[in-house]
Structures are given as C-alpha cells and as structure tokens.
Design a protein around this ligand. Sequence first.
Ligand code: GRF
Length: 234
Amino acid sequence: MRARIAVLASGGGSNLQAIVDHFDWLGARRGGDVVLVASDRSNAGALERAARRDIEVAVIPTEKRPGGAPLDRLLDERAIDLIALAGYLRLIPPAIVARYHGRIVNIHPALLPAFGGAGMYGARVHHAVIAAGVRVTGVTAHFVDEVYDRGRIIAQWPVPVFASDDAGTLAQRVLRVEHLVYPRVVDAVAAGRTTLENCAAAGNTLLVDTRPSFTLLPHEDSRLAENIELTLGC
Ligand code: GRF
C-alpha cells in the first residue's frame, strides 16, 4: 500500500511540483501519493499547483486567522502517513512532531547545520551564504524534530557558489538540485527504504559528487539524478 503524503508549503510550491512530477514519472513504482497540500497562507502558489492537479488543499488556521480545521485534525481525517515540508515557514507543533516521529521530512537550501535555524529561510539563506564568502553551499534533506532545521540529516548535495553570484542566481542553482534530491528522498521515505533509524545508525548519508557534473551543466540533470539515486540510502 502506498503512503499517504501531506505536503505543507507556504510559498510557490516548486518543490511540491517536483515531487508530483517525479511520482508521475515513477508511476506504479512510487512509494506514496500526495493526497493533501496544506498552507498557512491562503494565497500560496503551492495551493494553486495542487488544485490544478486535483489534490485536496487546506489552509491551516493561524493566530491571526483562526477558523478551519487545525493541522492535527486534517492529518487524522486524511489518514496521513508522511508529512513533507516544502518551504513551510511555521514550526510544526511538538505534539505532531512526536506523533509523526520519523515521518516528517524537510528540504533546506544550504548544507546544514550551516545557514539554518529560526529566521533562515528563502533569500536570507543565500544572502548569508554569499556574505560568509563560502564557495560551496548545497541542499539538505532531513527528518524534522521540534527545532527548526535540526533533525537527522538524510541527504546532502553540494552546489558551487560563484564569485559572480547574487542571492537570486544562487537560489536558482540550489533550487534545481532541490528538485532532483527532494522528490527522491520523499519517495525513499514513503516506500520505507530510508528510515530515521537507519539514518541514525549509518550516520548521515553524505551525497558528494566530485565529478564534473558538480558544475551543473544544463544537459547533466539526468546524470546527476542517477548519481543521487545511486548514493541515496540510509
Ligand atoms: C526552497 O528553497 C526550500 O529549500 C525552502 O523553501 C523553498 C521553497 O521553494 N525550504 P518552493 O516553494 O518549493 O518553490
């Protein structure tokens, strides 16, 4: 039986799109189905993307905008097995983190634990990376615990920072890798191939590509995807 996945997103939802597209490509081999997309923002692009795919959408009540089903009820009623955060800017309530132990994943646009934590999201991450003068950034997929960006790392992938980069160009390069890594991680966790226990026992799976595809030439997405699949696995 395939896992029932809820994607939580506050923004445009390009990672949601990447997950759904990857699952389409996997067809019957996919480990789960995205059955719910929920957001704290009623105007999130992610909700539009979901609606276009006939995926159920929900707006999660906030302090400023109460009303509607709270997240825990939605998860219960839709029998959600796995939660994938994709640009979701709120902390998941501790009771849900406890209940979904090892069943909440997130993607972060830097190499954690660097450039993570409260307030480190969106363009802020890439500004901070450039300001620090680091030459390598990347993406991190990780399990979620009760502290922002701290849970057990599942996979990381490096992305070069060029001297000519601004936050925009860097964000684009990183996002492209997110779209390759995250759907594969979500599928692996949904299918049970990757578990919190295995990741904890094995240590973090550091996905490092030292070959020329590291420069991310445009035609190399499929090779990069292949490398990611080969190295993924805790
Ligand atoms: C991504 O950079 C992701 O790493 C971060 O938020 C951004 C969401 O982008 N957590 P999108 O909404 O998926 O396009």
